[in-house]
Structure formats: C-alpha cells, structure tokens
Design a protein around this ligand. Structure first.
Ligand SMILES: Cc1cc2nc3c(=O)[nH]c(=O)nc-3n(C[C@H](O)[C@H](O)[C@H](O)COP(=O)(O)O)c2cc1C
Length: 254
C-alpha cells in the first residue's frame, strides 16, 4: 500500500547529472525549512548548514572530495556540519561556566559528537526528501570527511565542528529508474545475531544479482570480493580513515 509520501521514498535515486538551472529562492527556502523541522537531540539543533555558493569553492570541493566532477555542476550544495561550537559559545556568553554548584565542562565529548552527527544527518535526509517532493534530486557526498585539514580551512570550520555530510541538489537531467535495495536479514528480533554461513552465502548471491547483474569485475569471484577491493581496501577509504582520525582528535583536543 503506497501513499504519496511512500511513493516519493520509493522512487528516490541519487542524482548525479543536473539541469544547470538554479533552484529558486522559494525552493531553497522550502527545503531548508523542512530540514529544520527534523527531530533534534534535546531540541538543541546541534548542527549548522553551510550553503556553498561560490563556484570556485564547488570546483575545489569537486577535487578534494575524491575527484567527483559532478559536484561542481550541482546547482545547490549544502554541507551539514555537526556543531557544538555554537553551544559552547552560547554557554560562555551566558555565563554558564561560572554557574554555582556546577563543575564547568568546556569541551564536548564523543557522546556530544555522535548526537550532533545524528542531528545533522537527520536534517540532511529530511532535506533530501523535501527536495524530492519538489522534483529536485540529490546526492550525498561522504567524501567531505576526507582531507580534514583542507576542508576545515576551505569551509572555515572551527574546533568542535565536523562536516558529517555534503549533499548536492539539482533537477535530474533525465528521469531515473529506482533500483531495488537489498533488505534481507536487515531486522533482527530483540537481539543482534551474526549471520550463519548459509545466510552469508544467500546475502552474497542476492547482492550480486542486484548490483552486478551484468557480471563481476575482473579479479574477483563474488560480490563481497568486489566491494572489498573497490571500497573497503580503496585509497579513498584509507584517506577517509586517516582524515576522520584527525577530525576526532580535533574534537577531543579542541
Ligand atoms: C553517507 C553517504 C555517502 C555517500 N557518498 C557518495 C559520494 O561521495 N559520491 C556519490 O556519487 N554517491 C554517494 N552516495 C550515494 C550512494 O552511492 C547511493 O545512495 C547508493 O549507491 C544507493 O543508490 P541510490 O541512492 O540511488 O538508491 C552516498 C550516500 C550516503 C548515504
């Protein structure tokens, strides 16, 4: 049974080829308004959205985010930043660190970071769905987590901020066919349970059927091997892991 919201979710695809026409001010406002309607931890809105307007900045991000030229062609690019900086500034400006009977805490911890990332990502996905409802496609760019030192500088991100996701928006150049997503063994009852050998074999076969219907790349004999080669042991994952360690250290040390 599909209502219009479910239909929208069903037909969404990541969009990487855009009509160059800019989004209207009304469309941008509507998408941002929807993002701000997303639930946030403690109602604290632990994120900030950086709107990338300058073409030169988009061009640079297209290179620093693992060389993905389509980023430079996206009419609208938003970076969703997990943000405790603004709360620390608010705490300081409001005399919180001098409050009687409270041991001052001047730096966020890993729990604060994960809540801020949750807030930012929930807002991002709400923006994605809102855009889709206006006929505007989108694509996440996880590679904004790479090159931490460069992105902190380019986007002016101070300590206690972290760009957890970037999203490109634009009208799709051509209609996209939704691809099926694989959901077998996604839900476990009451307790997590590792898959047994026979179930792992089933998953591998189903993934191959869905994602490699025309055959596997050379040098591998199963879909997990293809993913292991192309993603898990790739140069971009090495860089992302290096860079995220840098972001985490910065979050810890300020
Ligand atoms: C956290 C995250 C990071 C992603 N990063 C990229 C990216 O850097 N480049 C890209 O082309 N697609 C990226 N994607 C899009 C995925 O490749 C895409 O969602 C997935 O292949 C499923 O396809 P669909 O969105 O069309 O259903 C990302 C998606 C997510 C959720």
């Amino acid at each position: 049974m599909l209502n219009s919201t479910l239909e929208l979710i069903e037909r969404r695809r990541s969009t990487r080829a855009y009509d160059p026409a800019p989004l209207t001010a009304g469309e941008r406002e509507t998408i941002l308004h929807a993002a701000l309607r997303a639930p946030t931890a403690g109602g604290m809105v632990l994120y900030t959205i950086v709107e990338v307007e300058e073409q030169a900045l988009k061009d640079r991000l297209a290179v620093t985010c693992d060389d993905q030229p389509f980023i430079a062609t996206a009419p609208w690019v938003l970076v969703f930043v997990a943000d405790y900086r603004k709360w620390l500034d608010l705490f300081e400006a409001s005399g919180c660190f001098e409050l009687e009977g409270v041991t001052p805490r001047k730096a966020p911890g890993p729990g604060d970071l994960l809540l801020a990332c949750s807030d930012a990502l929930i807002a991002a996905q709400t923006a994605v769905i809102a855009a889709e409802s206006l006929g505007i496609g989108s694509c996440y760019i996880g590679d904004v987590l790479e090159n931490g030192e460069v992105h902190a500088e380019l986007l002016g991100l101070p300590p206690y901020t972290l760009p957890i996701a970037m999203v490109c928006f634009g009208r799709p150049l051509k209609p996209q066919e939704p691809i099926p997503h694989f959901g077998e063994h996604l839900v476990h009852r009451n307790r997590y349970r590792r898959l047994e050998a026979s179930e792992l074999a089933e998953v591998a076969t189903d993934l191959e059927r869905l994602h490699a219907p025309h055959g596997l790349p050379p040098g591998v004999t199963s879909y997990p091997q293809a993913v292991y080669r192309r993603k898990f042991t790739s140069a971009y994952m090495d860089e992302m892991n290096r860079s995220v360690a840098w972001w985490l250290e910065r979050w810890q040390d300020g």
